[in-house]
Design a protein around this ligand. Structure first.
Ligand code: ADP
Length: 506
């Protein structure tokens, strides 16, 4: 693996080198729950490849996977963090992941904030991540070289925007960007936490500042980020429009409208050095788009991978149509539609592999029951865990990749699937609508109904079985799309530069 993203060596001669710090609570492959982790790593690698100075700041969780971090060592032990009118010592660790500097903050707090088995799901999540963000700012303010840009991600670190404005005069020349990866999660919290990070909670307790729109006795961390960040982005142009409408605004539409001048949608990329069918170390067989022959070589290679997958999962080793879905199983991802798709493909004689991480016990039990019912069916595999190696094999081996989300800020899985020559079938929403174009590189449907879904599935299965020329063209078009970080990284750099200029002009 190269230490920089090849696609992203931008026109560096025209660019100023900036000190860019990403503060986030996920980063692949150290700690990954979903797409946020991929985006933090992919964007950082792309900016690093564009000769920018990039640093990713993360909590030093107990559950980090440290196998991919190089030269990890303690950088400082003499820093402190302020929280709830006390001071706590910090240990700062530094290492590199795929060439990008990663800083891990070990907080010696008495609450064991980062000594948990999972990243999310504890009742004190808001407090844990506000504490971490405060610690990250204390670290940045105490170090000699101040960043030009601090890029915050989601509600977890959004409190950084008011922190910078009110408590960190040393960072006054630093611009703050907030990216909203999913507006549904806003970090609604007890007002005590805002006081604990050192902010004046009573002056921020206004409906146009941090007070939550639905629960006025609480604060809303994402809202605070929206008010005080210099620029706000979200992860696709269509989602940026959708969240301004009442139907999709999760109660924050009027806020985003107020701040629309500093709000844009930048489509995520995928890290094509990591998600590459040519070099993926998790694949036993490699392939590329190749030339445009009648039977392109990737068809044969994908068929081999299908057989390997079937063997690994103890499925029937037939060359039959294989649909797949790899997803968190949450309301957003439409688990009901995924189930319907699986049953419809089964009814039509096809195979289906579902790799899903249930978000709650109810969904887990529902899919566990389906798995039980279909246990003897040698064409269906349901796996209810997070499994990175299996995900890579499924992306490569499947024919059709299904993403029926009710809403989708960007979605990475459809882009990964296309890069692996797997045709996507998606609902027309958010970033899915920006990346999948019916008849060109995939299939899509509008309203979230069984009828729409099954119609699109039937169209896909008909083309797969009866129109190989069309099917191969869909694959080729998907594989030829540029889903890399090349263009998005340029857009972020432009945004950083314009924000920075404004900050310096003040
Ligand atoms: P979200 O961030 O909403 O979960 P995205 O499409 O942006 O959705 O990103 C999902 C990422 O998580 C992809 O890299 C996908 O491969 C991965 N992923 C999701 N579920 C699983 C799973 N059960 N096992 C392995 N990888 C998964």
């Amino acid at each position: 693996m190269k230490d920089f993203c090849t696609d992203c060596r931008l026109k560096t001669h025209t660019r100023v080198r900036m000190e860019i710090v990403q503060i986030a609570v996920e980063c692949a492959p150290l700690v990954k729950v979903g797409g946020l982790a991929d985006v933090v790593l992919g964007l950082s690698r792309a900016l690093h490849g564009a000769s920018q100075s990039v640093e990713i700041v993360l909590p030093k969780y107990d559950c980090l996977d440290l196998t991919s971090i190089k030269n990890l060592e303690i950088h400082a032990r003499d820093l402190i963090c302020f929280y709830d009118q006390k001071t706590y010592p910090l240990t700062i660790w530094k290492g590199t992941v795929y060439g990008v500097l990663v800083t891990l903050i070990e907080t010696h707090d008495p609450y064991g904030f980062f000594e948990r088995k999972t990243v999310y799901g504890d009742p004190d999540d808001q407090e844990r991540f506000c504490f971490f963000t405060r610690a990250a700012f204390d670290y940045l303010a105490q170090r000699e070289k101040k960043p030009d840009i601090i890029h915050l991600h989601d509600w977890h670190t959004a409190i950084g925007a008011p922190l910078k404005k009110f408590l960190f005069p040393d960072l006054q020349n630093t611009s703050v960007i907030l990216t909203i990866h999913n507006l549904a999660y806003q970090g609604i919290c007890d007002k005590r936490i805002i006081k604990a990070v050192g902010l004046d909670a009573s002056s921020l307790d206004q409906p146009d500042l941090l007070q939550d729109h639905s629960y006025p006795h609480c604060f809303n961390l994402l809202q605070g980020g929206i008010v005080f960040a210099d620029q706000i982005t979200t992860v696709s142009p269509t989602y940026a429009k959708e969240v301004l409408t009442e139907k999709n605004d999760h109660g924050l539409g009027s806020f985003l409208s107020t701040y629309h001048k500093k709000f844009t949608g930048i489509l995520n990329g995928i890290d094509v050095d990591i998600w590459s069918p040519e070099t993926d170390p998790l694949l036993p067989v490699h392939y590329s788009l190749g030339d445009l022959k009648a039977t392109p070589p990737f068809i044969l290679q994908k068929a081999k991978l299908k057989k390997i997958l079937q063997h690994q999962l103890a499925l029937d080793e037939t060359p039959s149509f294989l649909a797949a879905s790899i997803t968190r199983l949450t309301t957003q991802k439409a688990p009901e539609l995924i189930k319907m798709a699986l049953l419809h493909v089964k009814e039509k004689g096809g195979s289906f592999v579902l790799l899903g991480t249930p978000s709650d016990h109810k969904t887990h039990d529902e899919f566990a029951q389906l798995k039980n019912t279909l246990a003897s069916n040698k064409k269906i595999h349901i796996e209810l865990t997070y499994n990175e190696p299996l995900a890579h094999l499924v992306y490569a081996a499947a024919d059709l990749f299904i993403v029926p989300s009710l809403y989708e800020p960007c979605g990475l899985t459809q882009m990964i699937a296309m890069n692996y020559g797997t045709v996507p079938l998606v609902r027309e929403t958010g970033g899915l609508a920006d990346t999948v174009h019916k008849g060109k590189n995939g299939f899509s449907f509008g309203p979230a109904t069984k009828k729409g879904l099954c119609f699109a599935l039937d169209a896909a299965m008909t083309d797969y079985h009866s129109n190989p020329t069309i099917w191969h063209l869909l694959i080729k078009n998907g594989m030829s799309n540029d889903f890399s970080w090349r263009i998005p990284a340029q857009q972020y750099l432009k945004l950083y530069q314009s924000t920075r200029k404004l900050a310096l002009d003040v």
